[in-house]
Each structure stands twice: as structure tokens, then as C-alpha cells.
Design a protein around this ligand. Structure first.
Ligand code: GLY
Length: 350
């Protein structure tokens, strides 16, 4: 962590408020001042775009649904919503204008996992990931093979590029260079940029756990680029004895620390979900290459983690302030503020 002042790092974020302190080895440790969680089950946590999804998943859990079926039904809402440009139908495309989707899932009770990457033409990659888990001896299928598998499983192919996302792609393409042959076609200089994703993690009333993450990935990506979402242990991870975690934001930063796995391991060591998310983000910052650090030594990107423990306690954390997450439990479905490492002074570039 050479370019970040550790004192500033802890002092400006919510680490202290979350009950974290520096141990003798200079690492974040849980302190006895950690907040008392009023945990209840069932419970569901997701990225903020999962507010409708956690409500649906929670309702299913109260009726005895399997935790993965409930979580996937929750993320399906966003996958099928053409207005959510971070996932599924309507997701922002790659540099060639093609929507390529990634997803993964884990089912705690049976210790199984499934994933797909660079999947084209199928709006619900979360369900294809589950089909990989349910019907094959493999864990990850990619590209044309993933699509061929999905079609064989009865999924219907459709054009995922909505008119809105096509217009955003054209706007991005026209503005890449003033010297190419594409003319800027309007005065709107706002180019959308997304690493948006939906992650959802669910715990049943009896303590069974599941996790799922699904995304259209980085907008305008090099065709074939795969982010963290379909990587088991990065985009999401679930251990039925401990809890589940997942992430949204810059996938490249997450993959390097196996962030979802690391967060679940933090909970296994006794950290609360919130503390575990923050400790993982500390590792992300420490692993950030110099070219991605601003003059203030802080990452020029954001990353978010969401975690839930077997007892139903939960937490969310982001590198920068302003993040929120969706949760549903006995108190209903709502958005809560994520804790953070750094107060946002200006919007990170990505
Ligand atoms: N976290 C989504 C991505 O980077 O693809």
C-alpha cells in the first residue's frame, strides 16, 4: 500500500465506525466496538439496482423457496428490464455494438456452481449459469459454446441491443476520435460508461445460502473481455457454513483479489459482513497498479461489495462514499448506505 497513507485511508472512511482497527501487524481487525447486528432470517442483499429484486426474492423465501431460485428470480427483473443498461436486455454493448453477457451463481446447500461468459442473444444469463450448474459437469461455458448450450436447453434467442443502447454506442463510437470517418451526430457530449451489474445473495429461514451475479460488463469493452461477474470467487461466492458475497464495479480490480471469496473468508475469520467488505476493499486498494491511482494516491475507479452471513446479518461497502445497497428482511425491502474507504471528492473516471 505504498501510495496511500494508511492513516488517511482509515481516518476518512467508515472503517473506524464499522469497528475496524489497526492490529499490531498493521492489518484491519475487528474491534469489540463492532456494531451489534439485529440479524433475522430469511434475508436478501443486493446491489442498489436490486431493490425490486430483493423484495421478490424475500417473498419467495418466506414461502419456502430455494435460496438460489429466489435470488435468480430477483435478478431476472433487471435482466429483463430494457431500461437497466448494465445487465441483460438493454445492456450496453461491446466496442462492436454487440451485447455480451456474463453471469455466475453458487448454491450453498449442494456446494455447486455454474457460470457463463461472453454469452450473446440470451437475456437471462443467470438462468443459463444455473443450467450449467444443474445439467453439466462443468462450471464455466463461454462464447458460442455457452450460446449453443443455452439454445439446447430451450432458452430463446433475441436481439438484446435496445434502440437506446444502440444510440449510446453510436455516440461513443463517433466520439472516439475526431480524425476518423464517423461524424458526431449530436451535441450531447455525455458518453455513458458502465461497469454496472447486479449481485444478489440470499439466506433462507433455516440458514441455507445462495449467490448470483449477472452483468453486461464494461460498456464498449474489447469483444471477448470477461469481467469478474462470471468468475467464481470474484463476482460472487457462497459457503453454506459461513455466508455469501458479491461485487459490482470495476471487475479487473476485483479479479486480482478474488474479492467475493476473500470477503466470505473474512466472515469465516469472525469479521462482520460489513467489516469483511471493507477489508476486501483495503486489499483492492493495496493491489491497485500505479496507472490507476490519482495524484492523491487513491483509485480512479470504484468497486462495491455486498455480503450476508449465515445468521442473516449483512453489510455493503464501496471504495468511495455515496454507494447504496438493497436489502430485504423482516423490516421490509429498502436501500441502505454502504460504508466506504474514501469520501468522494470527485467522480472516479471508472
Ligand atoms: N463488475 C462487472 C464487470 O466488470 O464486468
Amino acid at each position: 500500500m505504498s501510495s496511500v497513507s494508511r492513516r488517511h485511508f482509515l481516518g476518512t472512511g467508515a472503517a473506524a465506525a464499522a469497528g475496524l482497527s489497526l492490529g499490531s501487524a498493521g492489518r484491519l481487525e475487528a474491534s469489540s466496538a463492532a456494531p451489534a447486528w439485529q440479524a433475522s432470517r430469511p434475508a436478501v442483499i443486493a446491489s442498489a439496482n436490486g431493490l425490486r429484486g430483493v423484495a421478490r426474492a424475500y417473498e419467495m423465501l418466506t414461502k419456502g423457496a430455494d435460496p438460489l431460485d429466489a435470488a435468480i428470480a430477483g435478478v431476472n427483473i433487471q435482466e429483463l428490464d430494457p431500461e437497466d443498461q448494465s445487465v441483460g436486455l438493454g445492456g450496453l454493448p461491446n466496442a462492436d455494438g454487440v451485447v455480451q453477457l456474463d453471469a455466475s451463481c453458487m448454491h450453498g446447500p449442494t456446494r455447486r456452481a455454474g457460470a457463463v461468459a461472453s454469452l450473446e442473444g440470451i437475456a437471462t444469463p443467470s438462468l443459463v449459469a444455473k443450467a450449467v450448474m444443474d445439467y453439466t459437469d462443468h462450471i464455466l461455458l463461454v462464447g458460442p459454446g455457452a450460446k449453443q448450450f443455452a439454445l439446447a436447453m430451450g432458452f430463446k434467442e433475441q436481439n438484446l441491443l435496445t434502440e437506446k443502447s444502440r444510440q449510446d454506442w453510436l455516440r461513443w463510437k463517433a466520439r472516439i476520435s475526431p480524425d476518423d470517418n464517423w461524424l458526431d451526430h449530436d451535441d450531447d457530449v455525455t458518453i455513458k460508461f458502465s461497469t454496472g451489474t447486479i449481485n444478489m445473495n440470499a439466506v433462507t429461514s433455516s440458514g441455507d445460502i445462495a449467490s448470483v451475479t449477472t452483468t453486461s460488463g464494461l460498456s464498449w469493452k474489447i469483444p471477448g473481455r470477461v469481467g469478474d461477474s462470471p468468475i467464481i470467487g470474484a463476482g460472487q461466492y457462497c459457503d453454506n457454513g459461513v455466508g455469501a458475497a458479491g461485487s459490482t464495479g470495476r471487475g479487473e480490480a476485483n479479479i486480482k483479489v478474488c474479492g467475493a471469496f476473500l470477503t466470505v473468508e473474512g466472515m469465516r475469520r469472525g469479521l462482520t459482513p460489513q467489516q469483511a467488505c471493507l477489508a476486501t476493499l483495503e486489499r483492492v486498494v493495496a493491489m491497485t497498479e500505479r496507472r490507476l491511482l490519482g495524484d492523491n494516491g487513491r483509485p480512479r475507479f470504484d468497486l462495491n461489495f455486498y455480503a450476508i452471513a449465515k445468521d442473516g446479518s449483512y453489510g455493503g461497502a464501496s471504495i468511495y462514499s455515496g454507494g447504496r445497497f438493497a436489502v430485504a428482511d423482516a423490516k421490509g425491502a429498502r436501500l441502505e448506505d454502504s460504508v466506504f474507504l474514501f469520501k468522494r471528492e470527485e467522480r472516479p473516471r471508472r
